[in-house]
Write a new protein. Structure first.
Length: 270
């Protein structure tokens, strides 16, 4: 009887696969524990008498009220529409521009100075200019979010192309592959992890810009609602807005992580 037959019955999955199957369950348990610990700490801090700090129960009650009258749903949809539009447009432009910069030295020399220049300017600083040039409608709000997502994603894509192992490219050329085949079969797959990371950073930047973007004459949205609540010292509503942004951002980030696992299944993981 071999060592394998002693430690593993016929029909059992291989040990590495069993370990991988246990990891998601363990991660979920740890996530639940972390959330419970955070809620307990929040409750303790609010009960300790810190001035103005609202507890989870009050926030939950206020959230239920906003859901019941339809306010939270309308704000969620408005903010999600702005973030998704700006993020999708920014990413759609950043990926080809990043590939262009990484693959062609001439394009890199022409485009990179502008990318690096605008990266040093916070997207929020563009708001006054966006208002003057685009008015106070939806366009400037989406544009500011688009800019934040684009600048984060384009650098990651560019770096991904630049970091492709030159040995792989040279090996493909030796085997007779054309530049087009090398780009599609070598560069694009090798750059995908960088692109996904850039998209995740861009998504965070898009949500981080949302509140300021909704300063531009918005009538609905999570950022708008939080700003209105600030005027009346309505802390529960502010917490509801913060939690909503965090939950939506986390959900979208998890979708990107899922896409990363599907697209980079070939990559060795720890």
């Amino acid at each position: 009887m071999t060592a394998l037959s002693v430690s593993q019955r016929p029909g059992d999955p291989p040990a590495p696969r069993r370990r991988r199957a246990r990891r998601p369950a363990r991660g979920i348990v740890l996530n639940v524990v972390a959330v419970a610990a955070g809620l307990a700490a929040w409750t303790g801090l609010s009960a300790s008498g810190i001035q103005g700090l609202t507890g989870p129960v009050e926030v939950a009650v206020r959230g239920a009220e906003l859901i019941a009258d339809g306010t939270l749903t309308a704000d969620l949809l408005a903010s999600l529409r702005r973030v998704f539009t700006g993020f999708a447009l920014g990413t759609a432009l950043a990926v080809p521009v990043g590939f262009l910069m990484g693959w062609y030295a001439t394009a890199r020399a022409l485009i990179e100075p502008y990318v690096q220049f605008f990266r040093t300017i916070p997207p929020l600083a563009i708001i006054p200019l966006a208002i003057l040039l685009m008015g106070i409608g939806e366009t400037p709000k989406v544009f500011v979010i688009f800019l934040a997502a684009f600048l984060s994603s384009v650098v990651a894509t560019f770096q991904g192309v630049m970091d492709v192992d030159k040995t792989l490219i040279n090996a493909a050329r030796v085997l007779g592959a054309s530049d087009r085949v090398i780009f599609l079969k070598v560069v694009v797959p090798a750059s995908t992890p960088f692109i996904i990371v850039g998209m995740r950073v861009g998504l965070g930047a898009a949500w981080g810009t949302l509140v300021a973007a909704e300063l531009i004459a918005a009538q609905e949205g999570l950022g708008y609602r939080m700003q209105q609540a600030q005027l009346y010292y309505d802390l529960p509503t502010i917490f509801v807005g913060l939690i909503s942004i965090g939950v939506l951002g986390l959900a979208m980030d998890r979708l990107l992580q899922l896409a990363e696992r599907r697209l980079t299944g070939w990559q060795e993981r720890r």
